[in-house]
Design a protein around this ligand. Structure first.
Ligand SMILES: Cc1cc2nc3c(=O)[nH]c(=O)nc-3n(C[C@H](O)[C@H](O)[C@H](O)COP(=O)(O)O)c2cc1C
Length: 229
């Protein structure tokens, strides 16, 4: 009789555990996390976002929602014209040399770690499950906004993609594009009731090492984002 009870107990625990694991990983497949659908309507106007935007460096110690992550990455590099594969931000020759990474430190229902934004299916790919905000902070002049933010978006570029067509002019074009993307993200952050700051002061090689990005990829901007204090 005792054996029967033990068996039933183990069975129930196993069932509960498997249900819990499935519930928490229903969107994760091969380290890919499908982001929720972005919205095309918000609560405030573009004019208000432009007028009210400020660089925010201090954040509430509260998690962001996965919907916020979805909206911010879409604003930066989402595909807005699936036929032509055009994106939310302009790109010289539609060559798209920019990549977006997101370091997650406090987002509800999303494991901490470093992810790469894959706009083809609006998903993020986990590169490591280690929260590397402290490592980013150490190579960015110890700017505390990076440590305090629940997420940090990193903009990198492969200059060669644009150089092949535009030669020496490419470097201007790529930096201009990063500016377009950063502004989209920052205005979207404001519209979501969040705040962020564009950070240009960091050691390129330091960020390359921390992110473990290929040699031909250059970090351009770091954008910590969180709930405004
Ligand atoms: C290219 C660039 C680099 C920046 N780098 C940093 C930085 O490393 N750290 C920081 O706290 N703010 C940085 N900022 C934000 C500026 O300090 C900020 O935009 C400026 O003080 C004006 O404030 P506002 O953005 O609220 O209008 C940078 C801004 C730009 C455009």
């Amino acid at each position: 009789m005792m054996k029967f009870y033990n068996f039933t107990l183990y069975f129930c625990i196993l069932l509960l555990l498997s249900k819990f694991m499935i519930a928490n990983n229903k969107n994760i497949n091969n380290n890919m996390f499908k982001l929720p659908q972005f919205k095309l309507k918000g609560n405030i106007s573009i004019e208000e976002a432009i007028d009210r935007r400020r660089s925010i460096r201090d954040y509430l110690d509260q998690p962001l929602k996965i919907e916020d992550v979805s909206q911010l990455l879409w604003a930066g590099q989402g595909i807005s014209d699936p036929t032509n594969k055009f994106r939310t931000a302009p790109s010289a020759g539609a060559l798209y040399p920019i990549k977006l990474y997101i370091c997650v430190g406090n987002v509800s229902n999303l494991p901490n770690g470093l992810y790469y934004y894959q706009n083809s299916n609006h998903s993020i790919i986990m590169l490591t499950n280690i929260d590397i905000r402290k490592n980013i902070w150490e190579v960015s002049l110890w700017q505390n906004s990076i440590i305090k933010a629940p997420i940090v978006i990193i903009i990198t570029a492969i200059f060669d993609i644009t150089k092949r067509k535009y030669g020496e002019r490419a470097s201007q074009y790529v930096y201009i594009e990063a500016g377009h993307i950063a502004q989209n993200i920052l205005l979207q952050a404001y519209a979501l009731g969040l705040g962020g700051v564009p950070i240009g002061a960091f050691y390129d090689d330091g960020i390359k090492n921390v992110l473990k990005i290929p040699k031909d990829e250059t970090p351009i901007y770091i954008i910590p984002i969180g709930k405004k204090k």
